[in-house]
Design a protein around this ligand. Structure first.
Ligand code: PLP
Ligand code: TYF
Length: 394
């Protein structure tokens, strides 16, 4: 049997992580995988997470199975965090999933189940796992223009033009905030225009939100999601707690299916629970319980928000420092987009050859598409990166 297996394509981001580990150079700089690192290069356990874990250790009396949808209190807390009160609770079906990836996977499975003919429109570029999972599930994907290679901002006219090619029932995958990999995001009037286009075309949005709090702030980053979720008949939302709670390895995510139709919620909820059961039975609970503990306790929630805000501001500071340094070295504003982008990532918009050259000559590890993880920088490595970018002639 096993002789029939063929090697599968590796994830380029994860392969780069290994290459970095194997590089003996002292001064190497890891700007690859999307993990937050502080100025000391450490991915810390957040204070509120430690405190919540401590509390759970003291107070948790059982680790018996939860429900197939996970702990309902977790879904409630996350729905409030993401949607505020934009959508009535009785319109939302929600299940805990293993990370945001689990939510994405289940969302696509739900789409295939409900409408096998649906195509999924994905931004060009998008997180490679989106494309890879869709391909694995045999769902047709259609790229839409998103990134303007010249301005490094959103090519909004191109995006709208391409989305006009979607048919009623097709899915439009959108990043809720902090677009991965580009760092270029829709503004409020652009979100509004997307909502109008979705409603005119009968298109169903699926929003992947994995970086709430990393861009302009917790509420600001959710504004687009809230606008869409409150304005369309149906939508899917896949959320991740990996980044904003720093609990990457706990595998903590949530999938929501929202329908404005009166009686849809019950069947949607049962179907999501069924999908959980087919794939892994009960979703992981530890991270979800930590998140619930934090979000439902005033003091822990305040401390988490304060630390998340520090993380956000640290990344913004690095963006500004890098843009300033490049301005100084080149005497031009052509890298000003780095300070305009939001979230962990910026797409430099250069060739794989120059990315490779920066790796060989300067030990700079960024993904081949020229995505850099801003959080991988610190005050010392910013000038090293700026020099590498200029030396390579980006
Ligand atoms: N969606 C996007 C756009 C991401 O960048 C990520 C990665 O962090 C995820 C989803 C899922 O992350 P995780 O499965 O680690 O929660
Ligand atoms: O884009 C990133 O770097 C993160 C982490 O298969 C990640 O989203 C990368 C690749 C992958 C899973 C997660």
């Amino acid at each position: 049997m096993f002789e029939n297996l063929k090697p599968q394509p590796a994830d380029k981001i994860l392969a780069l992580m290994q290459m970095y580990r194997d590089d003996p150079r002292q001064e190497k700089v890891d700007l690859g995988v999307g993990v937050y690192k502080n100025a000391e290069g450490v991915t810390p356990v957040m204070r509120a997470v430690k405190a919540a874990e401590h509390r759970l250790w003291e107070q948790q009396t059982t680790k018996a199975y939860t429900g197939l949808a996970g702990d309902p209190a977790y879904a409630d807390a996350m729905i409030e965090l993401i949607l505020g009160n934009a959508v009535e609770q009785d319109k939302i079906a929600a299940v805990a999933t293993p990370g945001g990836t689990g939510a994405v996977r289940q969302a696509f499975e739900l789409v295939r189940m409900a409408n096998p003919a649906a195509r999924v429109f994905v931004s060009d570029p998008t997180w490679p796992n989106h494309v890879s999972i869709l391909k694995y599930l045999g769902i047709e994907t259609v790229p839409y223009r998103y990134f303007d290679a010249e301005t490094r901002a959103v090519d909004f006219d191109g995006m709208i033009e391409d989305l006009k090619g979607a048919k009623a029932g097709d899915i439009v995958l959108l990043h809720g905030c902090c677009h991965n990999p580009t760092g270029a995001n829709l503004n409020q009037s652009q979100w509004q225009a997307v909502v109008e286009l979705l409603n005119q075309g009968g298109l169903i949005p699926m929003i992947d939100i994995a970086y709430q709090g990393f861009g302009d702030g917790l509420e600001e980053d959710a504004a687009g999601v809230r606008m869409v979720a409150s304005s369309v008949p149906e939508c899917l939302i896949a959320a991740s707690c990996s980044k904003n709670f720093g609990i990457y390895r706990e595998r903590t995510g949530l999938l929501m299916a929202i329908s404005q139709q009166g009686d849809a919620q019950a069947l949607n909820q049962k179907t999501l629970a069924f999908l959980n059961r087919q794939n892994y039975s009960f979703p992981p609970d530890h991270g979800a319980r930590v998140v619930t503990t934090i979000l439902t306790d005033d003091a822990l929630r305040a401390d988490w928000k304060a630390e998340l805000e520090d993380v956000r501001l640290a990344m913004l500071g690095l963006r500004q420092q890098l843009a300033d340094e490049l301005q100084r070295l080149t005497g031009s504003d052509r890298f000003g987009f780095i300070a305009q982008h939001r979230g962990m990532f910026s797409l430099l918009g250069t060739t794989p050859e120059l990315v490779e050259q920066m790796r060989v000559d300067h030990g700079i590890y960024m993904v081949g598409d020229s995505r850099l993880n801003i959080a991988g920088l610190n005050a010392q490595s910013v000038p090293i990166l700026a020099k590498a970018i200029v030396d390579a002639g980006v």
